[in-house]
Design a binder for this molecule. Structure first.
Ligand code: SF4
Length: 64
């Protein structure tokens, strides 16, 4: 499982980071940048919770 981050949609409210700080790395301005994040085994539930929490729909789950 991976998470695609659409950096253009991110509004920097950090809800993803609040739920999974080890998975999401905000830049110095507090935004997520364009990225594809590998979800470690065992963190799938946490990852999907974080994706659902993004109010801007900037995060998309990719189920491999
Ligand atoms: S929850 Fe969404 S809008 Fe907020 S920082 Fe994370 S990716 Fe950006």
């Amino acid at each position: 499982m991976r998470i695609r981050v659409d950096g253009a949609k991110c509004q920097g409210n950090a809800r993803c980071w609040a739920l999974a700080p080890d998975m999401f790395e905000l830049n110095d301005e507090g935004y997520m940048e364009e990225a594809v994040i590998d979800v470690p085994d065992g963190d799938q539930e946490k990852a999907s919770r974080a994706v659902r929490a993004c109010p801007e729909r900037a995060l998309t789950l990719i189920d491999d």
